[in-house]
Design a protein around this ligand. Structure first.
Ligand SMILES: O=C(O)CCC(=O)c1ccccc1C(=O)O
Ligand SMILES: [Mg+2]
Length: 368
């Protein structure tokens, strides 16, 4: 394929359930949609996952736009691409900027899947027909409200629940949830809010039969995490710390984690995500698909990726209606009894809903 026309759209989507972390609240998600058309007219779609502010990683919506416009689109436009894997080497001279790279690489994978007449899941090597789904709950105003929300999600059928913790809002909350739901598969995610000095708190969390503790220590650390893992029986799951295959290899070698959360955007695309998946499989490290409050295009890519066999644990890939009044794909992603059916039709398996996309678009630029 050769990409001949790339349309970038900047969308702003109101969230049905605003998502609060220790850094603030996302009540409107902004993203760029990448619509890439090749010489035969096949169109592939990608979505950026960076937030407006750099609280999760250093990328922002504006940096992804800058990277796409000034570097990544010029590299790919009119270039012959035989297989999506080649995008990784074409982008190799550009340091980091994983979310920007992943967004357009995803569109290339979508085109490739369509041209080889496969579903995106098949093109990635995925075999599962349905995937298990968990839900991530943001910080709530009170423990009572958190428990009520969790109760609702269990009734909806979600297979596990993840809550956010931070110093001062941790042990007491977990204790209250455990008292109510002794057997719930429960995860806590600290988004790097602790240091090794907090080891006593983290050791207290070790007594609650948690499925894992996600990213307790610094975003760029694997050394302290290795020290911590030696002192905990609960597996540590790394999220922010893993931005590449090499990061994953080093973390596994050091014993920094027992689980890895794979996010396509954080690791620079589907090709790198598959490499990390395969590495984890060879090392018996369970993985799951993380979420970035994606709209339908990003969510569709997550569903396809999760069909690979080492995605053993339920992902943060809740259904469209958990986040959106109206998603940008048709049909929307639906969760039934805690599962999403992996689409078997060609490409991502969901159609971009142009009426909704147009309504939410605040600006648009074409490169050709
Ligand atoms: O529901 C989702 O998409 C995942 C929610 C979530 O936990 C999250 C949301 C935004 C940024 C980081 C994270 C995270 O996994 O750390
Ligand atoms: Mg996380």
């Amino acid at each position: 394929m050769r990409l001949e026309k790339i349309t970038l759209r900047h969308l702003k989507m109101p969230m049905k359930a605003p998502f609060t972390t220790s850094f603030g609240t996302v009540d409107e998600k902004e993203m760029l949609l990448i619509e890439a058309k090749d010489e035969s007219g096949t169109t592939g779609w990608g979505e950026t996952v960076a937030f407006v502010a750099p609280w999760y990683t250093e990328e922002t919506l504006k940096t992804t736009w800058h990277m796409l416009q000034d570097f990544l689109i010029p590299i790919l436009l009119h270039k012959k691409i035989g297989h999506p894997d080649e995008v990784t080497s074409l982008f190799a001279p550009i340091r980091r900027n994983c979310m920007a790279k992943a967004s357009i690489e995803g569109a290339v994978w979508d085109i490739y899947a369509q041209q080889t007449k496969q579903s995106l899941a098949q093109a990635l090597g995925g075999q599962k027909q349905r995937i298990e789904v968990g839900v991530s709950v943001g910080i709530q105003p009170s423990i009572a409200q958190l428990i009520a929300l969790i109760k609702g999600h269990i009734e909806e059928g979600y297979k596990r629940v993840k809550i956010k913790i931070k110093p001062g809002e941790d042990v007491e909350i977990v204790q209250a949830i455990r008292a109510e739901f002794p057997n719930l598969p429960l995860v806590v995610d600290a988004n790097s809010a602790y240091t090794l000095e907090d080891i006593e708190i983290l050791q207290q969390l070790d007594d609650f039969n948690l499925l894992m503790i996600e990213q307790p220590l610094a975003t760029d650390d694997i050394v302290d995490h290795a020290a911590l893992q030696k002192k905990l029986k609960t597996p540590i799951c790394l999220d922010e710390s893993i931005t590449s295959y090499e990061d994953a290899r080093r973390a596994i070698e050091l014993g920094s984690c027992g689980v890895i959360n794979i996010k396509i955007g954080r690791v620079g695309g589907l090709t790198e995500a598959i490499r990390i998946h395969d590495l984890c499989k060879a090392n018996h490290i369970p993985v799951w698909c993380g979420g970035m409050l994606e709209a339908g295009i990003g969510r569709a890519h997550n569903v396809a990726l999760t069909s690979l066999s080492q995605f053993i644990l339920p992902g943060d890939t809740a259904g469209s209606s958990h986040y959106w009044y109206e998603d940008i794909i048709d049909p929307e992603v639906k969760v039934k009894d805690g599962y999403i059916e992996v689409p078997q039709s060609v490409g991502i398996g969901y159609k971009p809903n142009m009426a909704v996309i147009d309504k939410l678009t605040i600006s648009k630029e074409i490169y050709q």
